[in-house]
Design a protein around this ligand. Structure first.
Ligand SMILES: Nc1ncnc2c1ncn2[C@@H]1O[C@H](COP(=O)(O)OP(=O)(O)OP(=O)(O)O)[C@@H](O)[C@H]1O
Ligand SMILES: [Mg+2]
Length: 462
């Protein structure tokens, strides 16, 4: 996709010559003759780099640079000046300018500075991805036949460009498998952008995926890149794909087939190169029969299916998983506990309907709540049969009830909170979804999706 360069200079002749140079180099120039106008354009267009004159009537370049850096810290700005002094250059660099070039402008210097600036932005993104990866440390723990078979499939498919549909029950590790495929793929220096299809309200899905131009709908005060844009060159992880409405499925299918799209309210066709991974815990074949899922979308996504086994089908992995979780928790400063063999055997006999996530949360609860250094069979039994009491809607949870949140990652803690919060609110409203949605200030359809995503089932639906 050609990069858009915003040029801000009050001299018409400079704007003209820069526009020529940029077009020759296959950039898209956006030229304005004042800092004020430049700031407005930044709000309405997605810009990749800025060339900014220092001396201008009205707001000068230094002030504009401050405002740009405050609002778009990741955007690189190259200052241009006819009367460059060392002091101004130093001042601009301190505020965060990427480079400084002097008039008269040399073709080669400008092009080089722009290319360096764009490369730097890419490096910053790559750095961020590396940091995320280091923090995430995705690792499929286990040594059972089932998990080894899974690892083998992942290793085979990851370096190809094939699309993968990851299937498995709740908490079996679908997201972890997606992260592992990304890590082992040729696209691992580019982002894997996650989209939780169940959590995005129907009316926002288009703008979320494709981005929008300023003013394209009420509330669109600035232009925004969509997930497809962000994933260009990398991967898009469509999580909970079975929870999308038929309307959204049709939209997604078109763009998945063509790999081109338009931003909402925009008229430019954007071409992207995206590898798609999708995940679901639903039986999509049944959903297709029931008319809830498009067969053509299923076949498009299901190029390579990967099925993750239930935890109870690979109980021999439990000791390794527990050891891993205990180790993780000790790094978080919760002390090092150990489990007796009998304690582990009790866990291996349990059915774990919530799979690895449930096991992980259980180990965390034990490590936090159990005062003993060594956790034996009796304690495991006792905790297995005493699930934490669900917090009642109108009372604040006490400290002990909050303890399980303490070391979960943010996403899981948030999900757990949302679940408890919504269950509480539904109880207060006797399970009436419309009433609950109204009281919470949510769209009914959005609440419905949220409940689905959080696997909250109503015993007495409306
Ligand atoms: N093989 C494994 N080794 C280590 N940890 C695992 C493994 N499988 C899953 N986990 C952990 O279990 C938790 C749940 O995994 P994940 O979120 O990938 O599951 P999921 O299938 O996407 O769940 P859901 O259907 O609820 O979205 C995470 O904390 C993950 O790190
Ligand atoms: Mg998941």
């Amino acid at each position: 996709m050609p990069k858009k360069i915003l040029v801000i200079d009050d001299e018409k002749s400079i704007l003209q010559s820069l526009a020529g140079i940029l077009s020759d180099e296959e950039f898209v120039p956006v030229c304005v003759d004042s800092a004020e106008e430049g700031l407005i354009r930044l709000k309405s267009e997605v810009i990749d780099l800025v060339l900014l004159d220092i001396w201008m009537p009205g707001m000068d370049g230094i002030e504009a640079l401050k405002q740009i850096k405050a609002e778009y810290p990741e955007l690189q700005v190259i200052m241009i000046s006819g009367h460059g002094t060392i002091e101004t250059a130093v001042q601009a660099t301190k505020i965060g300018a990427f480079d400084f070039i002097e008039k008269p402008l040399s073709y080669d210097k400008i092009v080089l500075a722009i290319k360096n600036g764009l490369r730097f932005s890419n490096l910053e993104t790559e750095n961020l991805i590396l940091r995320q990866k280091a923090n995430r440390k995705p690792n499929l723990t286990g040594n059972s036949l089932a998990i080894n078979n899974l690892k083998e499939q992942i290793e085979r498919v990851a370096p190809t460009d094939a699309w993968v549909l990851i299937r498995g029950e709740h908490g079996t590790g679908k997201e972890l498998v997606a992260q592992t495929i990304h890590r082992l793929s040729n696209r691992n220096s580019k982002p894997m952008v996650e989209v939780n299809c169940a959590a995005i309200p129907e009316e926002l899905i288009e703008s979320e995926l494709f981005g929008h131009e300023k003013g394209s709908f009420t509330g669109a005060q600035t232009s925004k890149r969509g997930k497809f844009d962000q994933a260009d060159g990398g991967m898009l992880f469509l999580d909970e794909i079975g929870d999308m409405s038929m309307k959204t499925q049709a939209k997604i299918l078109r763009i998945l087939q063509e790999q081109t799209f338009e931003r909402v309210g925009g008229n430019q066709t954007i071409l992207v190169d995206v590898r798609v991974l999708a995940a679901t815990n639903k039986n999509l074949e049944e959903e297709i029969d029931a008319g809830n899922f498009r067969a053509d979308l299923f076949w498009r996504l299901n190029v390579v299916p990967i099925h993750i086994p239930l935890l109870r089908e690979r109980v021999e992995d439990i000791p390794l998983l527990v050891a891993d979780f205990v180790e993780d928790l000790s790094h978080k400063g919760l002390g090092k506990k150990s489990f007796t063999d009998e304690g582990l055997s009790v866990m291996m006999r349990h059915t774990w309907p919530g799979n690895v996530r449930e096991l992980r949360n259980f180990v965390e609860r034990l490590v936090i709540m159990c005062p003993d250094e060594e956790i034996n069979a009796k304690t495991v039994e006792q905790y297995l049969h005493q699930p934490p009491p669900p917090s009642t809607p109108e009372t604040l949870p006490d400290k002990a009830a909050l303890a399980p949140y303490r070391t979960q990652n943010f996403k899981e803690a948030k999900r757990e909170f949302e679940r408890e919060y919504l269950i509480g609110k539904l109880q207060t409203n006797n399970g009436n979804i419309s009433q609950t949605a109204e009281r919470l200030g949510m769209e009914r359809s959005h609440l419905h999706k949220k409940l689905k995503a959080l696997h909250i089932e109503l015993s007495d639906p409306e």
